[in-house]
Design a protein around this ligand. Structure first.
Ligand SMILES: [Zn+2]
Length: 288
């Protein structure tokens, strides 16, 4: 655990408590007169950086170095829908330095029950633009880059991490292949109905998405959200798990899902962790 800002934060918290206790009896008598007529000195508040991140800085698993690692990171969120909403919200809130948001779609009324970065007045607005507008209010310190476009492998270059929040197997395999080629860590996720899956990938070190699922299911075998339905909180759970994985990977925390996937059945509240080994014949990562 590093000192520096954390010690400073604790000193401020202790001083605030002492001041509150000392002020309580005299408050009833009103403020002290100011014989000189000079304005009272302005109270110095806590450092806004410390204030914003204070609840994660005090975590025993966290540190100033972990916070700085987040602040120095560039993350690409592919998809600004049901999974992208919680992922981008938590990453912006946590203090990721640069956040790219990729989505070529526009907000529809049927999105709103599960895609909480978009509101009713946003219907018809490009999702990347709508998402970035909210994220900017949430944390102005984050550099936000909207991409109103389909995912392209060139977008992965220069990223420290990619979070795949798309909703088709075609796009999942494309993102996986691009991250393997560029050796950029990836957090995969998917949700439909009341079930979902999360997987973290360190290309070259742990199994990639295609190692775990060599072939896409036949067309029509897995229904879409429009066909099978979905509850908003189910997407929230999967997206939140993806955000947590991303933060752990960026900060170097242990206990990630790299080398495994988590299968989540929210109809029964069952979580199953399945270990996955790399495949020597994987077309995406065998050469790494
Ligand atoms: Zn692989």
């Amino acid at each position: 655990m590093s000192g520096g800002r954390r010690d400073f934060f604790r000193d401020i918290a202790a001083a605030a408590r002492d001041a509150a206790q000392a002020a309580t009896p005299s408050d009833a008598a009103g403020p002290m007169p100011n014989p000189e007529g000079a304005p009272p000195p302005e109270a110095e508040g806590p450092d806004p950086w410390l204030e914003r991140y204070s609840r994660q800085l005090v975590l025993p698993q966290w540190s100033e170095a972990a916070q700085d690692a987040l602040g120095a990171a560039s993350v690409l969120v592919v998809g600004a829908g049901a999974l992208g909403s919680p992922v981008a919200t938590y990453l912006a809130g946590a203090g990721v330095g640069r956040l790219g948001i990729v989505d070529d779609g526009e907000v529809e009324l049927s999105n709103l029950h599960r895609q909480h970065l978009h509101f009713t007045p946003d219907v018809g607005v490009p999702k990347a633009q709508s998402a970035v507008a909210k994220l900017g209010f949430l944390n102005p310190e984050v550099v936000l880059e909207p991409y109103q476009a389909r995912f392209d492998s060139a977008m992965v270059e220069g990223q420290d991490l990619v979070v795949d929040c798309t909703d088709s197997f075609e796009s999942r395999y494309a993102v996986n292949a691009a991250c393997c080629t560029a050796r950029v860590p990836l957090v995969e996720g998917g949700v439909v109905g009341l079930g979902g899956l999360v997987m973290s990938i360190r290309p070259g070190d742990t199994a990639c998405y295609r190692c775990a699922f060599p072939d896409a299911p036949p067309p029509g075998a897995v229904p879409s959200c429009a066909e099978a339905g979905i509850l908003g909180p189910a997407a929230g759970v999967i997206g939140s798990l993806q955000a947590l994985e991303a933060i752990k990977l960026l900060a170097g925390l242990p206990g990630t899902l790299a080398g495994a996937f988590l299968q989540v059945d929210l109809a029964t509240a069952d979580f199953l962790r399945v270990a996955v080994a790399r495949r020597g014949d994987c077309p995406d990562c065998r050469t790494l």
